[in-house]
Design a protein around this ligand. Sequence first.
Ligand code: SF4
Ligand code: SF4
Length: 379
Amino acid sequence: MLYRKFKDIDVSALGFGLMRLPCLNNDRKQLDMKTVREMVHYAMEHGINYYDTAYNYHDGESERVAGELLNEYPRNSFCLATKFPGFERERFLRAPEIFKEQLNKCQVDYFDFYLMHSVSDSNITLYMDDELGLMDYLLKEKNAGRIRYLGFSTHASNDNFRLFLEKYHDVVEFCQIQINWIDWTYQNAKEKMTILKEYDLPVWVMEPLRGGYLATLAEDEEATLKAMRPYESIPAWSFRYLQQFSEIGVILSGMSTMAQLKENIETFSLFKPVSEEENEALLILAENKLAKTVVPCTACRYCVSECPQGLEIPVILETSNAYAFTEQISNIPRKLQPLGDAGDPRRCIACRSCESACTQNIPIAETMYKFGAKWKLDK
Ligand code: SF4
Ligand code: SF4
């Protein structure tokens, strides 16, 4: 395992994201504990010492399970990261209560890394509100030793990103952003990296595979990459891409199977960043992919609770992407059928409530309309 120096610790370059753990019966709250335990054990045995959870992952189960499983190991053998769920004003008013609940669930006295979760255009005013006082509260917890390092994750526009850093750059110690070879240009991760460099802040990476989207490629795309490195797996390319940036510390991967975990650990046993030529080839692939793909949904699910129609938005968008090149669909896609009304884009009333919560700025209502319009048969 490769390690990165951060302050006084060596963190594993691969962090275990606990947001897409294996589940039973398709139920996000019902974790497959046998497999999760085996995966955490394997990760610990193979040098992963960074575990990333959050208040809302797996509807609250992720923190509980992190506590249960990591409690089997000495406290100084792993770094635990979790996040303040700053999605609603009410949560800011209950910050001390929520923080205590998180410590209890995770069965720890302190968090190694504590992040303000998903600072975005829709909640930045809450995060920066001095009267709500979240930052003061978190600094108090840091002074009391219950937070070792304070940071934030963000999907904010670059203007708001700058605003946040202007105010808090001297108290935050790291920043987690979405970088991969698609988002380098698509979400302008390049500019975020430049801004972070100005403030000399270490970068943590989330969504290196864009929610699994970059784990498999079309045949011609794979052939391009295989021609350059016949031995490299397709997911490994995304990690090799990130290895070229020395300012990156931990790269988080939300692994769902033992096979993914093993493959990623193998990838992170070697430092083999892409060459200039390989980097260029990836960026050209990205350009071509973006031109073809309908929407860049990462299945983060932040939009789902906003939908008054109860639509399974990420599943519908994933299916819509799968049909991106199909002009006509003669039947309801098989993947959506079992979802019933929740899987029917034609039920979208175009209220756009979901769009303000979307971390990827996807025109969801328009996509629902276009996808629904391709369906030829009624249920
Ligand atoms: S725009 Fe459509 S998908 Fe989005 S919240 Fe409204 S009904 Fe749901
Ligand atoms: S539509 Fe946006 S908010 Fe919803 S799951 Fe996809 S990326 Fe996340």
